[in-house]
Design a protein around this ligand. Sequence first.
Ligand SMILES: NC(=O)c1ccc[n+]([C@@H]2O[C@H](COP(=O)([O-])OP(=O)(O)OC[C@H]3O[C@@H](n4cnc5c(N)ncnc54)[C@H](O)[C@@H]3O)[C@@H](O)[C@H]2O)c1
Length: 707
Amino acid sequence: MISNVDILEAMTIKLDDELPKTIEFKEGIRRAPDRGFTLTKNQTQIALKNALRYIPEKYHKTLAKEFMEELRTRGRIYGYRYRPESRIYGKPINEYKGNCIEGKAFQVMIDNNLDSDIALYPYELVTYGETGQVCQNWMQYRLIMKYLEEMTENQTLVIESGHPLGLFKSKPEAPRVIITNALMVGMFDNNEDWHYAMQMGVANYGQMTAGGWMYIGPQGIVHGTFNTILNAGRQKLGVGQDEDLRGHIFVSSGLGGMSGAQPKAIEISGGVGIIAEVDYSRIQTRFKQGWVSRVSSDLKDVFDVAKEYMDKKEPISIAYHGNIVDLLQYAVENHFHIELLSDQTSCHAAYEGGYCPQGVSFDERTKLLREDRKKFNTLVDSSLRRHFEFIKILVDRGTYFFDYGNSFMKAIYDAGVKEIVKNGVDEKDGFIFPSYVEDIMGPELFDYGYGPFRWVCLSGDHKDLIKTDKAAMDCIDPNRRAQDRDNYMWIKDAEKNQLVVGTEARILYQDAMGRTNIALKFNEMVRKGEVGPIMLGRDHHDVSGTDSPFRETSNIKDGSNIMADMAIQSYAGNAARGMSLVALHNGGGVGIGKSINGGFGLVLDGSTRIDNIIKSAMPWDVMGGVARRAWARNENSISTSIEYNKMRSGEEHITLPFIPKDDLIMEVIEESFKKIKLETLKSENKEDVKLTKEEIIIKKENIKGWK
Ligand SMILES: NC(=O)c1ccc[n+]([C@@H]2O[C@H](COP(=O)([O-])OP(=O)(O)OC[C@H]3O[C@@H](n4cnc5c(N)ncnc54)[C@H](O)[C@@H]3O)[C@@H](O)[C@H]2O)c1
């Protein structure tokens, strides 16, 4: 029988052999709600044994009790005591220990994801999106950091749902880190089993860049939100290609991790924004950062100020401290015309606290979650139904409503509103309102290859960021397309707009060759010593990174929107081409079972090895998705792929779809369906095998559903 002494001696990389002090929770730092403890006695036994796997036996007695208490009161074992006492933030790379640059670089990224100024629930390792965690518990955090310190360029660290499985021999050209999060076997790929697996300590909800270690604060989403609102204005309000949103209004909810980007984005685009938020602490955070300009809990005041700024055509963002449903009710009752409307409550996790029901304050929500989940769920459902009713009225009055990828419409459907789905039965044919990807981001950006490319200056030196902004701007031709002009303006004003929260990072929407050229330029700058090392990455929410019919692939109409081949190919292809980190997750922004999504990180060290990786991996990372979108007959992707085939002739090649004429297809179908009906008819009336034309017509009329 193997003893715990043998195990201790068999590992050289392990947690320090001392029990950290118990934690003191600081006032004013947001805490995740109790996620609910639902395990049976037998399951609890396994869950406790699972968490104690990280801990030497001499501490088991103390920690078994402590972990049991965490599980009972928080619904998870976070191992709070193992959270470092010192402030966690992304320090300059040279302050980290390590045997290779990537090992140090990923420590910067993890610490940035857990920074108290950035993370939604810093004690619970939640970076954003209500439940998106870097890893499951603080023992894993400590162990991952140790592995990253030890890792050499000949090893790869394997992370399975937050657990560092170990360091395995590989080669410098292979990824240094491979991450998977919450990938569940199909039959168990549902919320209930995931909730069980999380409690057992075997699943981590990585969202996208939380578990993929690539979050760069709300800036990461400001650019996308700016693009979305601006293009919504162009499509629906007749705003010209070279105009901004001056005089126009956008209303939404949420000032959290991603949703907090909305007020900043509306101001950058010149418009007026009202964002409802129930949690005052989140309003304060955004106000202190200067990301929202005015705060009020008086709806009359909110709408009066909005009107004043619309009239004088000046930008302003207003945080309404209160429930979005109250705000919409006020707009309906007072006939205020909202031009653009969305929602960014965390509806992908509505019953876990992501959606605060009307009539319930934020504190009451937290209490209800702890004490009476059944009542909470009922209140969520009735609030969502009222929410939908108000939106319907506003849409009838001319508002353009779009779903912001938060599973809002799915949540409405789950709350019992059948009217929200196109076919009145289930979600297969989509919803009655468009999602922002379906109408805007898909056709205008993803189909061309534009997506949320980003970088982090690992030196922590702001001057490096300014130099990279300038270099990136020089790589863009603003006259090529409207999208290029928007991106050019974005990067030109990025410094002025003070977007950095946390590490010195930048987001810039770019297409395949834009990203490749900028990456090569940056690597050259690192080589020449003009800037320190740089981490390149992207949001999973991108052209190729995510398969989700509820969001990223909602504008895929060839039936393949229920397939996850693209995201998995993107991940595998990035690993094969040597990205420094590759990640693949279940869930993302829309919830378990509703998305497969992946991302990458690439550390620029100035070497020619990295130049070679950039040349193959960057175009692949984008064009894999463009090619799939082209195959789904998306027009802008077809034209982008035609251009690409010409440009890369002899090197790469994309298969393109022939497009048949609709009339021809309809004719063939009509003909064939008639035959099918006739055959059914004949088989049902064997004696009528030889029907005359007239008889067929008569029969047809008698058959239900015959067209
Ligand atoms: N911004 C984007 O580009 C983007 C893209 C895709 C998906 N999303 C989705 O948007 C959602 C929000 O993301 P996040 O990271 O900001 O989450 P978050 O949980 O950090 O923030 C959501 C905020 O909504 C507030 N809220 C909840 N119910 C409310 C109500 N009824 N009225 C007013 N405020 C309410 C919460 O207090 C919270 O601050 C997620 O579902 C995410 O997946 C955002």
